[in-house]
Write a protein that binds this ligand. Structure first.
Ligand code: ZN
Ligand code: ZN
Length: 459
């Protein structure tokens, strides 16, 4: 008799946390926190109710490093969890940085540095497609989810019941990843727990999106401006760098690409895992043909520390943003919730020759969403109590990149794995509704949940 408990992200995106249990064992899949827009002044919220099970868990499995899937794991150790945390090798390197950064920003709200170290010490690293033991009668296997470096969908074999937790997955071909490989139809899944983020949203193809970005960048170059691209440090930034160093190969030395913020740390991790185990053979072959070890070694790409101006990073940013040279500046944060992009906007946002090219989804209430919806009068805070009011005059555009599967991909997942039970999680209610409707048309039923629901027993 199996029970599934969802502590977060049952009908939303953020703080993913699911527990599978029977009489003898409890296994936790992800433990994320939910971040709130900076202006609300709210600290992040934890998955509700998981603490009381933490001393009693057989294992924790982490699908990928994003904060809303991973950052509550150290807090489980504060709540007396003693067991292991299974994850892929790249995920371990990435959470090391993201968790420490989170602790720096928010303080010991959910956990302290000792809990963070304990969570890292207790991590067990796995490759894709290798079965490992969780407990008597329970095994697990990570499958490449194509979402970010090291991201995994998790297949649990629970005394013969096959449970597939998709985590976040992508069915699009991106520079570093091939589309997700669906579970083998010859070995059907019993229970599917799937993300539904984009079920109610049309996603343009990568080809269309990147060609639109190219056009805007070329126009920006032609008018002598600087293209500021705010981006998520993990995944999207590396995709944009791979794309630009390939598409703008011989052009980049004239239109240099500057990289700033946590993107630089993530680049190092991508370099470390730039092999067939973790990225698509496509990019490895392309790099080899062009004589590069990684996209980040391109001569047209410069880190903020390689900029020729002297002075601290803040001074360099001011000069980069105010000088006459045309350039592309790729920097954090992706939703304009802080980070070096504030300096670039402060010194470059008033220049109508420049462009702000947004390459990620913008959550309602963030500064990014406000700017994209047309607000020109913005306030930027440098984190030291200073607030700078800026009137934006630069061109603002959003490009439709997504790290999540399209509705077609979500449906294909079901067609390939033929699950007998489907739980729709990790999506807003409208997305889950769209998902249920689309599944009905192919004769499947999706169970949608309200927050923190304990599901009926299975079988
Ligand atoms: Zn994610
Ligand atoms: Zn997610």
């Amino acid at each position: 008799m199996l029970e599934i408990t969802v502590f977060g992200a049952s009908d939303s995106v953020g703080k993913s946390c699911v527990m599978i249990s029977d009489r003898d064992n409890r296994v936790l899949l992800d433990a994320g926190i939910q971040l709130h827009p900076r202006r609300t002044g709210l600290l992040s919220t934890p998955p509700e109710g998981v603490d009381k099970f933490s001393s009693d868990l057989a294992a924790v499995l982490l699908s990928h490093a994003h904060i809303d899937h991973s950052a509550y794991i150290p807090a489980l150790f504060r709540a007396d969890y003693q067991g292991l945390v299974h994850m892929t090798s790249p995920t371990r390197d990435i959470v090391d940085i993201l968790w420490k950064d989170h602790l720096k920003i928010e303080g010991p709200h959910h956990f302290g540095i000792s809990h963070l170290h304990k969570a890292l010490d207790k991590s067990v690293l796995h490759e894709y497609n290798r079965k490992f033991r969780i407990s008597d009668g329970i095994t697990a296997e990570f499958h490449d989810a194509s979402h970010v470096l090291g991201s995994a969908a998790i297949l649990l074999d629970w005394e013969g019941t096959r449970i597939f937790y998709t985590g976040d997955f992508n069915n699009a071909k991106t520079p570093f990843h091939d589309p997700i490989v669906y579970p083998d139809p010859d070995e059907p899944i019993d229970i599917l727990l799937t993300e539904t983020t984009n079920a109610n949203r049309r996603i343009s193809s990568r080809k269309v999106t990147t060609s639109n970005l190219t056009k805007s960048l070329l126009k920006c170059y032609a008018r002598g401006g600087k293209a500021i691209i705010p981006s998520f440090a993990l995944g999207r930034s590396q995709e944009i760098q791979a794309y630009l160093t390939s598409e703008f190969d011989s052009f980049l030395p004239k239109f240099p690409l500057y990289i700033d913020g946590m993107i630089l740390d993530m680049n190092e991790i991508y370099k470390k895992f730039l092999n067939r185990k973790w990225v698509s053979p496509r990019i490895l072959m392309e790099l080899k043909d062009r004589g590069y070890r990684s996209p980040f070694d391109h001569e047209g790409l410069k880190t903020i520390d390689e900029v020729s101006f002297t002075g601290r990073r803040g001074k360099k940013r001011e000069k980069l943003a105010s000088q006459n040279e045309v350039s592309i500046i790729l920097t954090t944060s992706g939703m304009l919730e802080g980070g070096p992009v504030y300096d670039y906007l402060r010194f470059g946002g008033g220049n109508p020759l420049n462009g702000l090219y947004v390459v990620g989804y913008q959550v309602e209430g963030t500064l990014g969403s406000e700017i994209v919806s047309g607000n020109k009068e913005i306030s930027l805070s440098n984190g030291f109590g200073d607030v700078f009011d800026v009137t934006l005059a630069l061109e603002v555009k959003r490009f439709d990149f997504s790290g999540h599967s399209s509705l077609e991909g979500l449906i294909q997942m079901v067609q390939y794995s033929s699950p007998s039970l489907i739980y729709a999680i990790h999506g807003e209610p409208e997305a889950q509704q769209a998902y249920s409707q689309a599944l009905e048309e192919i004769g499947h039923e999706a169970i949608t949940l309200s927050q923190y629901e304990v599901l009926p027993e299975y079988p």
